[in-house]
Write a protein that binds this ligand. Structure first.
Ligand code: DOR
Length: 443
């Protein structure tokens, strides 16, 4: 079995035509699940269906892909990754991060702006876009910062014009409620989400892991789950009477936060949230086995919180799954718990970990795939994550039932900080197609 990657912008003739035949085609939004064929031309999906190509292959096809036994579905959309460029290229670059995305079946990522320097000006936003054009394997979108280093609002309108799909200070919260209020007000004029890293620093300061039985046992300062839910509650109170505001909560981890979000949704407020695979599959207990590799912010919490995450995915209170792919080098992790960096890489494990919800019978296949495709696309308003004629041909071929073992040493990511090493999983990305071009294959 060999893996091959190709950069998105590197040559393929303009109207290159590919016929995917014998595929199980799944579109989570329209609940399409058929055995059939799909045609792409250039960057677009041209046609698909059960009877397509039954009368033979039309002339002019450049490539035929026999998909027998495989699912052909929209590529995954991960609205939360850290590619560390500019400034920390020893941890990840757009080149290596997007390679990792392609291997994981992710065709669009949203980079967080906590780079060094942070993406808080138009010039840096343009730099990021240029680097992505030159060095990426997948579509790269980005959030820009909400605040400057002086705690003032960034030039949000100009940053949106430069391509920002939303705004966040991720890695850190917007602590000042007046600044948050202003950001929410401006965002309502720009029609973009404000994405909050919900953490009250007064409650979490100095904490390394969840405040609970493990922090007590290890004698390490804990991070209260209230530090998250209090911030979520504050922000919802700030936005509740504003028109046209979209408030998005990043990497949700606590049951209390979910309860607050459910109430906001019941009131009709435009509040969305995401959960990471580590927060719905692991608990604080894992810190005893994996140490700093399991140190992440927000921290892995109690079994009750984990179950609430699964329930939130099932009931729809949680809109989507995102990795918070947070690469760190060994030096940043080979430290005492108190001093090590927060973060877990996730792009190469998002699909099989999410599919555990399906294989264990907890969620339907459509519902799991929805959280990875069109639902995240809708949060950042991009017309992707669907199989539709004339839409970008961002697709993946997946072997749903292939069993394999996660091996961090074979990650394409520069960093290997994952607590999922050696986990036995089911579901494998065989090919990743972005804008009609195969950017990754493993056959
Ligand atoms: O664990 C985390 N790591 N959480 C964050 O919010 C930031 C991220 C990072 O940048 O490493």
């Amino acid at each position: 079995m060999t893996e091959t990657w190709s950069l998105l912008q590197v040559g393929q003739k303009e109207n290159y035509k590919v016929a995917y035949t014998n595929a199980r085609i799944i579109d989570p939004e329209t609940k399409l699940d058929i055995k059939g064929s799909l045609l792409t031309e250039g960057s677009k999906i041209v046609d698909f269906g059960e009877s397509l190509l039954l009368d033979g292959i039309p002339s002019g096809i450049d490539e035929m892909v026999d998909c027998e036994g495989l699912v052909l579905m929209p590529g995954l959309i991960d609205v939360h990754v850290h590619f560390r460029e500019p400034g920390q290229e020893h941890k990840e670059t757009i080149y290596t991060g997007s390679k990792s995305a392609a291997a994981g079946g992710v065709t669009t990522v949203v980079c967080q702006p906590n780079t060094v320097p942070a993406i808080d000006s138009v010039i840096l936003a343009k730099y990021l876009k240029c680097r992505a054009l030159e060095t990426s394997h997948v579509n790269v979108e980005f959030y820009a910062k909400i605040t400057t280093s002086e705690e003032r609002l960034t030039e949000m309108a100009l940053l949106k014009e430069a391509g920002a799909v939303g705004f966040t200070d991720d890695g850190m919260p917007v602590m000042n409620p007046m600044v948050m209020r202003q950001a929410l007000l401006y965002s309502s004029m720009l029609n973009v989400p404000i994405a909050q890293h919900a953490e009250d620093l007064n409650l979490s300061a100095g904490g390394a892991i969840n405040a609970g039985k493990i922090s007590e046992e290890l004698g390490v300062k804990g991070i209260l789950s209230a530090s998250e839910s209090i911030m979520v509650s504050r922000d919802i109170l700030l936005m509740k009477d504003m028109e046209n505001v979209h408030y998005h909560v990043l990497h949700i981890s606590s049951k209390d936060s979910l309860d607050v979000i459910k109430r906001a949704k019941d009131l009709g407020l435009n509040v969305t949230c995401e959960v990471t695979p580590h927060h719905f599959t692991l608990t604080e207990d894992i810190v005893k086995r994996h140490g700093t590799i399991a140190k992440v912010n927000p921290p892995l919490r109690s079994e009750g919180d984990r179950l609430a995450m699964v329930e939130g995915l099932k009931t729809g209170v949680i809109d989507c799954i995102a990795t918070d792919h947070a690469p760190h080098d060994r030096d940043s992790k080979d430290l005492p718990l108190e001093n090590a960096a927060f973060g877990i890489v996730g792009l190469e494990t998002i699909l099989p970990l999410s599919l555990e919800l399906y294989h264990s019978g907890q969620m339907s296949l459509f519902d799991v795939l929805a959280k990875l495709t069109y639902k995240p696309a809708d949060i950042i308003h991009v017309p992707r994550g669907r199989i539709q004629k004339n839409l970008a041909a961002d697709l993946i071929l997946v072997d749903l039932n292939h069993e394999w073992e996660i091996k961090i040493d074979s990650f394409a990511s520069k960093s290997k900080n994952s607590p999922f090493d050696k986990r036995k999983v089911k579901g494998y990305t065989v090919r990743t197609i972005v804008s009609g071009k195969t950017v990754y294959s493993h056959e």
